[in-house]
Design a protein around this ligand. Structure first.
Ligand SMILES: [Zn+2]
Length: 609
């Protein structure tokens, strides 16, 4: 039966019939030597590497990084074996009491979903580099870490320690009740900054890896606020211990959720920029929210997992859309945003961003979810025209759903109530995830609101979302954003008329001193002008273009009435075309001046904290 629940005490003093030994002698070359031991293998044993890692919907074929296989029995005699697919081997084990598989794994991809080893640390995602034994996934798995603990002093993981205390000379042994838990428990080993505390009745470990300039105490205090805010939302914490692995390296960002941990990667110098620091806190809120939504409350297709192939689901709007709505809302509830900042953010980062994606009119969010494996996780320069992200559109759908429920119940029910119903459902039947129909029924049970008709439309169609209808009861309106620039200079001296914000549908990048087209929006002036991705912009209105910024300035100064004459190059040959920019609308989410007491009550209920 599928379960990802594990308490530390369940592994204490256990033994395991599947054991991994990890050696780091060649860490500077990004290699880990793995020795996997399987007791009582039977006549034939099949072991394999997952081709993907849950939470990151792309086939990555981790077996690519493994090599130098040696397969033997307990006495060290070789056993016959062969590859039976890109990720699996079959071992003839008749008569052997034990099978020992030894291999090297090259771990040199710095992301939250892959493994990264160098002379300073090892970050290991077991789903990449530790093989599963077919038919044996439900048994206890142990991992023996053979690093030199005088050199790498700390180890952080949600895997459970097998011994209360480890002798310095012995390997550190950690365990998982089954392979799903092992695959879901990344490990950071090295000299990271470590801090632990108990909150809301559970142990919390924070491990901060990286060479950045950060204030660990400041981060730990904010994390305490996040834990308290989310524990309050769900009525407690669903674990005995949780590990925040933070990886702060230059120009990195990303996160991945696990049942008792999360990996949060961000730019090393987050303290240098307040806005970026708050975005990092929002990432922490996001990944921590996944402790409930995704790891436990989840689409039926996402757990149990098939590690050998894509696991398709039409419900990533629930997994990531709901989480995207709540990450900023929780950041606000934590007090990291003011109410005004939160409203501004909803407009700039959610509503305006979605409006800028032509693909929202080309594919439904359900299909975008189903095809995540070949769309969102395999983007190209044309992607924005073909589908909306289920994070972005899913998040906006949940904003609308929350407001819809609040308005329909006259400010007595909201998405929080749905979350509690979803959480209840998980606790009743943790082994199976939910379906779309079940979600709709749970909303009805929790709030009394029938969302079926609207919800099917919002998720299944490519039409625009009905902002004004849903916002109206709250006195909320989308107004065109006013320019914040002053019209005067010095002592009230008039400046030239400010150029209007214009839109060309052209996105450019600077590459080796050239200005190259990186994206052309469907139906935009640039598309009309016959400009293609990868073409080079040479001149605009007879003036040489030397950077991507030049063309935006030229377009703004030319205005809306006169076409720009553009000299372009494609395939080494030049062509001329005319580009006529159009007015660009950016929305601000405002509360109308004529706000009534009733609408004020609804807004206060929505944004109470
Ligand atoms: Zn997420």
């Amino acid at each position: 039966m599928y379960s990802i629940e594990q308490r530390d005490r369940q592994l204490l003093n256990t033994s395991a019939t599947i054991r991994y030994h990890l050696y780091f002698d060649e860490a500077p070359r990004h290699l880990v030597r793995v020795v996997m031991e399987i007791d009582a293998p039977g006549d034939e044993l099949i072991t394999g590497f997952p081709v993907w890692t849950p939470g990151s919907y792309k086939v990555r074929d981790f077996s690519t990084n493994a090599g130098n296989f040696v397969v033997m029995d307990g006495a060290g005699s070789p056993l016959a074996w062969e590859w039976t697919g890109k990720n699996k081997i079959r071992i003839a084990a008749a008569g052997a009491e034990l099978v020992r598989i030894e291999y090297l794994y090259y771990a040199f991809e710095r992301t939250v979903r892959t493994s990264h080893i160098n002379r300073f640390h090892a970050f290991i995602n077991p789903s990449n580099c530790l093989m599963f034994a077919e038919g044996r996934q439900q048994s206890i798995h142990h991992v023996h870490f053979h690093h030199d603990r005088a050199v790498w002093k700390s180890l952080a993981t949600a895997l459970a320690p097998v011994h209360e205390q480890t002798d310095g000379g012995q390997p550190a042994v950690y365990g998982a009740l089954n392979y799903d838990i092992l695959a879901d428990s990344p490990v950071e080993i090295g000299n990271h900054f470590a801090v632990s505390f108990v909150q809301d009745g559970a142990q919390h470990d924070i491990a901060i890896a990286g060479h950045g300039n950060f204030d660990a105490q400041w981060i730990a205090e904010r994390i305490k606020t996040i834990i308290a805010t989310e524990a309050w939302l769900f009525g407690g914490l669903p674990y005995d211990r949780y590990v925040f692995i933070l990886q702060l390296y230059p120009n990195q960002r990303g996160g991945l959720e696990h049942a008792r941990s999360s990996v949060n990667m961000w730019d090393a110098n987050l303290a240098a920029d307040k806005e970026k620091a708050v975005q990092f806190l929002s990432l922490l809120c996001h990944e921590f929210f996944h402790t409930w939504n995704v790891k436990r409350i989840r689409p039926a297709e996402l757990g149990p997992f098939n590690y050998n192939a894509e696991n398709y689901t039409r419900m990533l709007w629930l997994a990531e859309g709901l989480t995207s709505y709540y990450d900023d809302l929780l950041t606000y509830r934590c007090g990291f945003y003011t109410r005004d900042e939160y409203l501004k953010l909803l407009a700039t980062e959610h509503i305006n961003k979605l409006a800028e994606i032509p693909g929202r009119l080309a594919m439904s969010v359900k299909d975008s979810s189903y095809l995540a494996w070949t769309k969102l996780y395999a983007p190209n320069a044309d992607s924005n025209n073909r589908f909306p992200s289920y994070y972005l559109k899913g998040g906006v759908v949940f904003l609308l759903l929350d407001l819809w429920i609040i308005a329909q119940t006259n400010g007595t029910k909201k998405m929080d109530d749905v979350l509690l119903a979803l959480w209840d459902r998980y606790q009743t039947r943790p082994e199976t995830g939910i379906t779309e129909q079940e979600f709709i029924e749970l909303v009805h049970q929790a709030t009394g609101v029938d969302i079926a008709e609207h919800f099917h439309e919002w998720l299944g169609s490519t039409g625009e979302l009905p902002y004004s209808d849903v916002f109206a009861p709250f006195g909320l309106v989308l107004e065109e954003k006013k320019s914040e620039r002053s019209q005067t200079f010095g002592e009230k001296q008039p400046f030239l008329p400010l150029p209007e914000k214009v839109y060309t549908g052209l996105k450019l990048k600077d590459e080796n001193g050239k200005t190259i087209v990186s994206q052309v929006d469907d139906g935009s002036p640039a598309a009309e002008a016959g400009i293609g991705v990868d073409d080079e912009v040479i001149a605009a209105n007879g003036r040489r273009v030397t950077s991507a910024k030049d063309i935006d300035t030229e377009a703004a100064l030319t205005g809306l009435d006169t076409p720009m004459l553009i000299l372009m190059s494609c395939d080494g040959a030049t062509y001329e075309t005319q580009l006529l920019p159009v007015h660009k609308t950016e929305w601000a989410l405002c509360i109308t001046d004529s706000e009534s007491a009733a609408s004020k009550m609804l807004v206060d209920y929505w944004l109470s904290r």
